[in-house]
Ligand binder design. Structure first.
Ligand code: ATP
Ligand code: MG
Length: 551
């Protein structure tokens, strides 16, 4: 029997709402602000919103929350759409909060008419000073008792551009003594003479998040509006606007945002890393952005699996980035093409190999996938192996190559170390070995039991490649909890560029393919590659080496 997973709290709510007939079907939304590229935290929100709707045959809208004209850009809009599609989700309708500016304006007028909103001439400082504290009530603004007519006139003139920025705001008249600070006459509109990426210069007043978000949800008939915990205290205000305006009763539900170890996850901070060139761009493979993970070689499947395993918490927590690495490793093990690449080469000369002979060795592309087929790898009398796969004298339990010791070369032959040549400093420049002609993999009649298997490349056929090895972008586990500025916590060794020698099959590498460089890790071709100048990104190592090294 399949393991039955218990429902998370949102699934429980949805099942109840469908069973009771409160909703016939569900509609969720993903509401990014187009002020940066999406990060893995957004992936969590995407998987949650789209996943929930999918599970209950509902739909999900994509709504750009573009109420702040200053920070938004169409480049971000395009990248966001691209990332959602790449993650494997399809939205029902694409909307922009700015499409609703006219409707929101009318809603504001309606609240003024009901005596529930007023124009305030107080400065931001005065408003803050009158706000009170969580234990002390606030003070009424001297403009709170303006008449409806006066408010209607002033608000229209705000819209018409008759006042300067900061000179006037529109506030909801809720309760200056509420224990919930969000209800102490929150701002609904502010004046901003800024060009908006969609509405241009049509507007000089812009709605605040709290007035725009719930009303946008209601306009679209969103049934379950899911956001992160910091908005819990905004929920009464969300409900208040919807009730006073008698709109579709959208409801807000909160879950804990995703935080990852060794990572910052705020677009504002990520933008700083980009602008100040700590990374090469939003899609730098060290960035926790979806585009960064994609370039690094992560698959959509692995990110969805990660989001699923993280689950939905109702309390803030910090997830170990090792879990994400586990998910990608597991997926890549199933799909990656195996290739041999030697990073720190030392030459092995096989003294009994027939001069000039080249064997075309068949090697499996992926032992985890029987449909992956084979490739041929040239084997000749001069090979490279890793320098640390050889020791002159083998200690106990050393199963790699040594003088007098046998080792198998993957898919090829068994060889035995015979002697070495050294330079004046005592460094080994060449290893001489002999091979057993009858030991070829697949038709081995040598009868020899050999413990170690090494990867190798034929020296004359080897292709020189560049490899970018990434490490954590930050040096500390909980970047947010540190007293230091996050940029002081950057890991100066987060990128190491090395050269390596690859088997020639990698000349046909392409960006959609994932590779396991045997015994080394998982890699993918970077878009900076040109012609035969191949650059590979290390997606993740084969094992978690970080935990050990950090101790
Ligand atoms: P940031 O602080 O990184 O800019 P944000 O919340 O301002 O994030 P939005 O574009 O407003 O970014 O977010 C779109 C949606 O993604 C929102 O519903 C938000 O709650 C959700 N989201 C953002 N960050 C996370 C996160 N770390 N974990 C889960 N959901 C997130
Ligand atoms: Mg935001």
């Amino acid at each position: 029997m399949d393991e039955v997973k218990s429902l998370n709290f949102l699934e429980e709510i949805v099942e109840k709402d469908l069973a009771s007939g409160k909703h016939q079907s569900i509609l969720t939304r993903f509401p990014p602000e187009p002020n940066g590229y999406l990060h893995i935290g957004h992936a969590k929100s995407i998987c949650l919103n789209f996943g929930l709707a999918k599970r209950y045959n509902g739909k999900t809208n994509l709504r750009f929350d573009d109420t702040n004209p200053v920070t938004e850009d169409t480049e971000y809009v395009e990248s966001i759409k691209n990332d959602i599609k790449w993650l494997g989700f399809e939205w029902a309708d694409e909307f922009y909060a700015s499409d609703y500016f006219g409707k929101l304006y009318d809603f504001a007028v309606e609240l003024i008419k009901q005596g529930l909103a007023y124009v305030d001439d107080s400065t931001a400082e005065q408003i803050a000073a009158m706000k009170g504290t969580p234990t002390e009530p606030g003070k009424d603004s001297p403009y709170r008792s303006r008449t409806v007519e006066e408010n209607l006139d002033l608000f229209e003139r705000m819209k018409n551009g008759e006042f300067k920025e900061g000179e006037k705001t529109l506030r909801a008249k809720v309760d200056m003594a509420s224990p919930n600070m969000q209800l102490r006459d929150p701002l609904m509109y502010r004046i901003k003479f800024a060009h908006h990426h969609r509405t241009g210069n049509q507007w000089c007043i812009y709605p605040m998040y709290d007035f725009a978000h719930g009303q946008s949800d209601a306009i679209e008939h969103i049934t379950h509006s899911i956001c992160t915990l910091e908005f819990s205290s905004h929920r009464p205000l969300y409900d208040w606007f919807i009730q006073q305006l008698s709109l579709f009763p959208s409801h807000q539900y909160e879950f804990a945002r995703l935080n990852l170890t060794y990572t910052v996850m705020s677009k504002r901070k990520l933008l700083q890393l980009v602008n100040e060139k700590h990374v090469t761009g939003w899609d730098d493979p060290r960035m926790p952005t979806i585009s960064g993970f994609r370039r690094r070689g992560y698959t959509p499947e692995s990110i969805r699996e990660f989001c699923d395993r993280v689950g939905i918490a109702q309390r803030e927590n910090l997830i170990d980035v090792a879990l994400l690495e586990f998910c990608i490793r597991e997926h890549l093990n199933r799909i990656a093409q195996r290739r041999m690449v030697v990073f720190d080469p030392v030459k092995v000369v096989i003294t009994n190999w027939p001069a000039g002979k080249v064997d075309e060795i068949e090697s499996e592309n992926n032992p985890e996938d029987e449909n992956a087929g084979n490739r041929t790898v040239p084997f000749s009398g001069e090979l490279y192996i890793e320098r640390d796969d050889f020791m002159e004298e083998a200690p106990k339990k050393y199963f790699r190559l040594a003088i007098g010791q046998y080792v198998r070369l993957k898919s090829g032959y068994v060889i035995k170390g015979e002697s070495v040549t050294k330079d004046a400093d005592g460094n080994i420049t060449e290893i001489q070995a002999t091979y057993l002609p009858e030991s070829r993999s697949g038709s081995d009649t040598s009868g020899l039991k050999v413990q170690g298997t090494l990867h190798w490349v034929s020296a004359q056929h080897a292709v020189k490649i560049t490899v970018r090895e990434y490490d954590r972008l930050f040096q500390v586990e909980n970047v947010g909890a540190s007293d230091l500025d996050f940029k002081e916590l950057l890991n100066p060794n987060s990128l190491k560029v090395v050269e390596a020698y690859a088997e020639p099959a990698l000349l046909k590498a392409h960006g959609d393919e994932r590779y396991q460089f045997m015994r080394k890790g998982y890699f993918t071709l970077d878009k900076d590659s040109k012609g035969t100048d191949l650059i590979f990104n290390r997606t993740v190592g084969l094992k978690d080496t970080w935990a050990k090294a950090a101790k």
